[in-house]
Design a protein around this ligand. Structure first.
Ligand SMILES: [Ca+2]
Length: 331
């Protein structure tokens, strides 16, 4: 649904007034291209590029427009932030997946998406959800509600600003166990993703599209300047950073530099000869390292425990903006 792909198409800039300035979108003209990789490119503040959809005149309002990014690896996502060039949508959703083999392309791109966050001025009608920004645990101390479910908010669904509006989704905001994150397997799973999808469902309008004026219809479309994802690669606390893999089978190639006797792209298992204790995630209290088995040295008659170095368990990484320039989104 990217504009200007098949032919040069006209769009008009939304203003509060009657007069509308118009321009063209064309994939073959350098200054008039708005491809999906403009969502994640690096640019200066004074020369911002943006992705743009076709307009209401080409029926953009009759379909869901999906912007999908494959991260190539499992990440603990802190935030997803969008900066809009058009007005923000009236309704849209953020979905995620946590696929076991993220290095290979998604074999089922249209199913298996887990709702992460809904944005709508009509939460109940559109997503069958109350308008809410947090999950509240009952005070009786006995019952506990699930915190790994999507919420819907109307906060970011205004028609104004007409350009430059932001939407930020913080994966732990409004979730009480976020304060105790390393002891909440539920939220650890909740923030983990290999693929992220933005599904734009309904345009914001002033209501003037009902008269069918082509110039008005050309002024309604989606346009996004920046699609930023923040997080750190998922290493279960067993690595301080990720490195580029030299494994030819990896599509993107970011893997954890595993410590504590662990192995795998996400340190999700023990090294082959380190299974004296079961694998566990590290916490700030304990490295929970994988240990080697006792080995019998011939002739010594003694059992010998291979010394396992107790490394500093506080190996958690800093949360940072994930570089998506190599993982171009699809639209
Ligand atoms: Ca951009």
């Amino acid at each position: 649904m990217t504009c200007g792909l098949r032919s040069r198409t006209e769009y008009c800039i939304q203003t509060h007034g009657i007069y509308r300035e118009c321009d063209y979108c064309s994939d073959t003209e350098v200054d008039r291209r708005h491809p999906p990789n403009y969502l994640t490119d690096i640019h200066e503040d004074f020369n911002q590029t943006w992705w743009q959809s076709v307009t209401m005149l080409e029926d953009v309002h009759t379909v869901n427009v999906n912007l999908t990014v494959n991260l190539g690896k499992s990440y603990e996502i802190t935030y997803v932030r969008l900066k809009f060039h058009s007005p923000r949508p009236a309704s849209f959703a953020v979905y995620k997946k946590n696929r076991p083999n993220p290095a290979i392309p998604d074999e089922n791109p249209d199913s298996g998406w887990i709702p992460w966050q809904y944005y709508s001025d009509t939460c109940r009608d559109t997503y069958k959800m109350p308008d809410s920004t947090s999950i509240i645990q009952p005070r009786d101390g006995k019952t506990k509600v699930n915190e790994d479910r999507a919420l819907c908010t109307s906060t970011y669904s205004d028609m104004t600003p007409l350009t430059g509006g932001n939407v930020a989704f913080s994966t732990l905001e409004g979730r009480p166990s976020g304060y105790n994150f390393e002891y909440s397997p539920e939220l650890q799973e909740w923030v983990t993703a290999t693929d992220i999808r933005i599904s734009l469902q309904r345009l914001n309008t002033f209501g003037d599209e009902v008269f069918g004026d082509p110039k008005v219809l050309r002024s309604y479309y989606y346009a996004i300047t920046d699609y930023t994802v923040g997080g750190m690669c998922q290493c279960h606390g067993h690595a301080t950073h990720c490195v580029n893999s030299t494994d030819d089978n990896m599509v993107t190639g970011s893997v954890c530099l595993c410590q504590h006797g662990t192995d795998g792209p996400n340190c999700e298992t023990c090294l082959q000869d380190h299974w004296d204790v079961p694998w566990r995630s590290a916490t700030s209290q304990s490295a929970n390292e994988c240990k080697r088995k006792f080995q019998n040295f011939p002739g010594s008659g003694e059992s010998y425990l291979e010394a396992t170095e107790l490394k500093n368990a506080k190996g958690r990484q800093e949360h940072d903006k994930i570089d998506l320039t190599e993982n171009e989104p699809t639209a």
